[in-house]
Design a protein around this ligand. Structure first.
Ligand code: KE4
Length: 429
C-alpha cells in the first residue's frame, strides 16, 4: 500500500500549518508514521490521497454516526447553501433545532448553539460560575472537554496522548481553579468538596469517558456525584459532546437515568459541520446574555448550513430510534469477534464498551480511570494500530481514544475488521 501522496502532502503541510495538522490528534504523533491525508469518504469508507480505502472507526471522532456523505444531510446542505451560508441574524432554523433537541433530551428548557464542543463546555462552566458566584470546578483526570484554559489540566485526548502535564499558556491562576481527581474515585471527590466547601461551581464529567479510550462509570458513581451536587449547590455538568445522540436519543442522561443540571453537545448535532451547544433548566440558563449577564456569543453560532445539517441528522435519529440500536448491535458483534481473536493470543487485554463506543486496552487489569489506561501496554497498541491500518482498518491513532462505529458498517466490514485483527495480532505478538 503506497502512501506517497500523503507523505508529500504532510511535508508540504508542515511548511504552513503547525505540525502539518489543524488538530493535534490527527498527526499520528503517538503511534508514529505519516498521517493519512483523506481525499473523500462515503458510508463507512475513507479514501486517502493515494486512493487506498479504509474502514473508518473514527467517524470524524463521532459525528458521522450514519456514515459519511449521508445523502439526506448532503442534499439538505446543498439546498440551503444557495440562500447564503450565514446571516449573523436569527433564523427559524435555529428555533426548529432548539425545539427538536429539547424534544429529544431530558432537562433542557433553554439551549444555546455554538461552533464547537470546546465552546459549549467553556460556556457551560461560565454559566455555572455566573449562577453560583463560585470560582472552582472539578474535572476528572483523562476527561477532555475541549481546549479552553480551564480544561487543560490533566486532560484526556491529545493532551494525554502527548503526555502534556501542564500546558504552557495556561496561567497558574486559571489552573488553580480547576480541581482534579481520578475518574470513578468518589472518596477523592468527597474530599475535594469538603476541602473547598462553598467554592465549587461545577463538577463536569464525560458520563461515559471517551478520551482515555472508552471508560465506563462504576455503578453508583454518577448517582453519588448527582447527590453531592444537589446537597452542595454545585452544578452537575454532563459533557455529552461524544455520548449525546449516540448512547441514546436522550444521550447519557437517558441511557444512565441521571439528571444533569447543564449538558453540552457537539459532533453528532452538527452532522460534521461545526456545531456545539450547551443547555439546561431555565433557572440556570436564564443567566445567559442577553437574558442575563453571563456573556457568551459567536458570529457563526447557529448558522444555517450547520443547523440544516444537524437538524436533518437529528430528525432521522429522532424518527428512527432503532438506528442507534442497530449501531449498538454491530458494536456488540464486533466486540464478540475481537474478544475471540484476542483471547486466542493469550496476551492480556480488556475491551471497554457501552452503546457504540468501544476501545481495546492491552492491559492485565481493568481500565477504569486514566492511570489504568496509561499503564496499559500502549506501545503494543501503537503496533496494532499500524498493523490494522495497512490492512485497511482505520482506528483512532491513540490508545487514549474511543472507537466510534457508524451505521454504514456492514456485516462484511465487521468480519473484515475481525479478520484484520486476527492477522495483525499474529504479526505483532
Ligand atoms: P471540539 O472543540 O473538538 O469540537 O470538542 C471538544 C470536546 C469536548 N468534549 C468531549 C467529550 C470531546 O470528546 C471533545 C473533542 N473530542 C476530541 C476527540 N477525542 C476531538 C478530536 C480533536 O481534538 O481533533
Amino acid at each position: 500500500m503506497s502512501i506517497q501522496k500523503s507523505e508529500s502532502l504532510f511535508q508540504r503541510a508542515q511548511q504552513s500549518i503547525p505540525g502539518g495538522v489543524n488538530s493535534p490528534v490527527r498527526a499520528f504523533k503517538s503511534v508514529g508514521g505519516t498521517p493519512l491525508f483523506i481525499s473523500k469518504a462515503k458510508g463507512t469508507y475513507l479514501y486517502d490521497a493515494d486512493g487506498n480505502r479504509y474502514i473508518d472507526y473514527i467517524a470524524s471522532w463521532g459525528p458521522m454516526i450514519l456514515g459519511h456523505a449521508y445523502e439526506p444531510v448532503i442534499k439538505a446542505i446543498q439546498e440551503q447553501a444557495v440562500y447564503s451560508t450565514s446571516y449573523g441574524a436569527p433564523t427559524e432554523l435555529e428555533i426548529k433545532m432548539a425545539e427538536l433537541i429539547k424534544s429529544m433530551v431530558p432537562n433542557v428548557d433553554l439551549i444555546r448553539m455554538v461552533s464547537s464542543g470546546t465552546e459549549a463546555c467553556m460556556s457551560a462552566i461560565r454559566v455555572a460560575r455566573g449562577y453560583t458566584g463560585r470560582n472552582k470546578i472539578i474535572k476528572f483526570e483523562g476527561c477532555y472537554h475541549g481546549h479552553a484554559d480551564s480544561f487543560l489540566v490533566k486532560a484526556g485526548s491529545g493532551v494525554a496522548t502527548f503526555n502534556i502535564q501542564t500546558v504552557p499558556g495556561v496561567t497558574a491562576g486559571v489552573a488553580a481553579d480547576t480541581l482534579t481527581c481520578a475518574y470513578n474515585d468518589l472518596p477523592a471527590v468527597e474530599k475535594l468538596v469538603q476541602e473547598h466547601k462553598g467554592e465549587i461551581a461545577a463538577i463536569i464529567i464525560e458520563p461515559v469517558a471517551g478520551n482515555m479510550g472508552c471508560i465506563l462509570p462504576q455503578p453508583g458513581f454518577l448517582e453519588s456525584l448527582r447527590k453531592i451536587c444537589t446537597d452542595e449547590g454545585i452544578l452537575f455538568i454532563f459533557d455529552e459532546v461524544m455520548t449525546g445522540f449516540r448512547l441514546a436519543k436522550g444521550g447519557a442522561q437517558e441511557r444512565l437515568g441521571i439528571d444533569a443540571d447543564l449538558v453540552t453537545y457537539g459532533k453528532v448535532i452538527g452532522a460534521g459541520m461545526p456545531v456545539g451547544a450547551f443547555g439546561g433548566k431555565r433557572q440556570f440558563m436564564e443567566v445567559v446574555s442577553p437574558l442575563g449577564n453571563v456573556y457568551q456569543a459567536g458570529t457563526l453560532s447557529g448558522n444555517p448550513i450547520a443547523m440544516i445539517a444537524g437538524y436533518t441528522l437529528l430528525s432521522i435519529l429522532n424518527d428512527q430510534p432503532l438506528l442507534l440500536k442497530e449501531i449498538e448491535d454491530k458494536t456488540l458483534y464486533l466486540k464478540e469477534g475481537l474478544d475471540k481473536v484476542l483471547a486466542a493470543t493469550g496476551t492480556p487485554y480488556v475491551i471497554n464498551q457501552l452503546g457504540s463506543m468501544i476501545s481495546i486496552h492491552f492491559s492485565d487489569h481493568a481500565v477504569t480511570d486514566f492511570a489504568s489506561a496509561a499503564s496499559a501496554n500502549n506501545q503494543l497498541f501503537n503496533k496494532f494500530f499500524h498493523a490494522m491500518l495497512k490492512r485497511g482498518v482505520y482506528l483512532p491513532p491513540s490508545a487514549f481514544e474511543s472507537w466510534f462505529l457508524n451505521n454504514a458498517l456492514t456485516q462484511e466490514d465487521l468480519d473484515a475488521t475481525i479478520k484484520a485483527t486476527k492477522e495483525s495480532l499474529e504479526e505483532i505478538l
